[in-house]
Design a protein around this ligand. Sequence first.
Ligand code: GDP
Ligand code: MG
Length: 436
Amino acid sequence: LSEKLQSTLKNLTGKGRLTEKDIDAAMREVKLALLEADVNFKVVKQFVKTVKERSIGSDVMESLTPGQQVIKIVNEELTSMMGTGESQLELKSRPGIIMMCGLQGAGKTTTSAKLAKHLKKKGKKPLLVACDVYRPAAIKQLQVVGSQVEVEVFTLGDKVNPVDIAKAGVEYAKKNGLDTVLLDTAGRLHIDEALMEELQKIVQEVSPEEILLVLDAMTGQDAVNVADTFDDQLKLTGVVLTKLDGDTRGGAALSIRAVTEVPIKFIAMGEKLDQIEVFHPDRMASRILGMGDVLSLIEKAQANVDEQKAKELEAKLRNQTFTLDDFLDQMEQMRNLGPLDELLGMIPGMDSKALKGVSLDNKEFAHVEAIIKSMTRQEREKPEIIDMSRRKRIAKGSGTSPVEVNRLLKQFKDIKKMMKQFGAMGKQMKKRKMRL
Ligand code: GDP
Ligand code: MG
């Protein structure tokens, strides 16, 4: 009988360990998902290796299939690969200077205005500076979006060198009590030397604390090369990934981080000027995996003990009679499962309110353990024989008091009875007020 109980509890605490076969099967799907999401092939390969190493031999959580367990690990690894949390803007000087750079059409101008709005909401006083003197109507465009977010736009027209415009813009901000300067620079269709040189000169002259690369997420693999080159030439402090409102799964985010180690700081998901968000690695991970259903299932499994399993437990317990040894075993297993009241509360017919306070912390458990271990085998199997003198001996041996020994014996008796009459238990529990 006790063996049966043990195996039930084993089912509850896990399905054993992940085998190589489990992992390979799940990794095939993961690989596909990542490649479909446009993650760089080399990155996928390295990633799969890391996950495999971590997965082999790891425990499978209760109520997850081995496949789901692998996905859980994959999701955690993806998340940690993209950073441990939010990466904030680092602006300490006054004014703090942000230089936006990137290819033409990536969304620099739009994102500059979005960031200005974002900063304004945080109580900053931003200034937009029009450094794109090449693209026709670039200045006008910045003025339009600037007025939409109600942020001043500084311009010297398109006849002045962008480096001088940047310098003058910073001076203007200083004089007018504006604390953050956003430099909207020009882009090219392709990376070229003239573009890089101009940006490097701006960096030399005004030393921006933030150099943000604006990247179109829809360009997928190409985005990684662009990020790599810009980082080489300018030492980027962050990336803004735009156009994530399309059906791109955002695999670029993973590749960019893996290849350049530059943190992604914001993501943009639309043309409207409030469609910008601080980047969250965990959300991006589930987007890249494209396994939202599986992931939410895993989340639920983490929070709950499977109801089906609880029913099985009930069926087993209904027929149990067990010894103090089993009791101790079970306590230990239960302790690993989490709060006892939550677990029992899931069993149909149990009144979870009646179980309030039925939990076992480590100290209490140590007492229970010491008392039971101080008993002879005979005593553990037949607690009825424990009389006054035996009680005293057990108390002494366990460093407790006869009263405590007595209480444990009473609890054990109660639980045994409770298990026999499992069906009617809900009502009885209320009267009994079990304390462990
Ligand atoms: P720039 O050349 O880098 O300054 O890019 P722009 O800011 O002018 O943006 C180019 C185009 O992309 C414009 O039509 C924008 O409206 C559009 N755009 C910018 N960001 C996003 C975004 O997050 N989602 C979508 N769908 N379009 C965007
Ligand atoms: Mg522009």
